[in-house]
Design a protein around this ligand. Sequence first.
Ligand SMILES: [Zn+2]
Length: 291
Amino acid sequence: MPEAPELSGAVSFLARRCQGVLISDIQVSALSAVKTAEPPLQSLVGQPITEVRRRGKYLILQAAEAAIVVHLSRAGWLVWRPAVPAARLRPGRGRVSARISFVDHDGVVVGCLDLTEAGTQKRLAIWVAEDAELLDPVARLGPEATGLTADQLGSILEAGGASHLKTVLRNQSSLAGIGNAYSDEILYRARLSPARRANSLNDDETDRLFDALTACLAEAVALAEEADDLSALKDTKRRHFRVHGRAGEECSVCGTIIASVSSGDSSYQYCPGCQTDGKRLPDHRLSRLLR
Ligand SMILES: [Zn+2]
């Protein structure tokens, strides 16, 4: 799923194309994706986009009188088309859950933004809100992970108590924008175990975590903002990961084989050499299967 850096890249890309132009059409094929009834999504047709921004992992297309808020969830993505397909979306069919089309003030087609979702579990969500920041899931977000201060991180770790670092970094109400992938990268760079208790870090470890978080996200945002295509964002992200998604490969720092832990319906990766004093973290799914 896209995290703050990819969404920042998408915001830059979309702002260059959509800011100031008019919404000419909104089609929805996955009707269940639309979570709000008022104001109606269709009421935005004809309105200009005044700003494209994000909050955490939410993309916000701000129109004159209301905002479209999108959460891509696990399998959702954004596709930009310079030409709008003639065939209209059919309810319940295909990978495109919604399509927002744009024209300039002379009525010339600018392109369309497709919100796509792969897989069978449809979780992509779209809201319309007069004030996006007051929308329930957005209002509950913690401070932005990009732009976090050292003091804020200290408070978040303290409030995290005995929860694992991995859990706290991914908890959107603790800090917004980091998911499974960047939490792996940040902890790897900070040489901290994903299973450390949040409130157990000494000053040096807290500093390392803050530096790793800041550097990791800044580098990823810079890369994502250079992307000249929304589809390239996914590959850019994967290519630069040093531990996430690299189970079985050698760590580029210490040569240890990168390990993986299954949790729920996903998995995360870490380097036992760099992060856990050579110890393997328990893999609950594996131990359950072996029993
Ligand atoms: Zn290592």
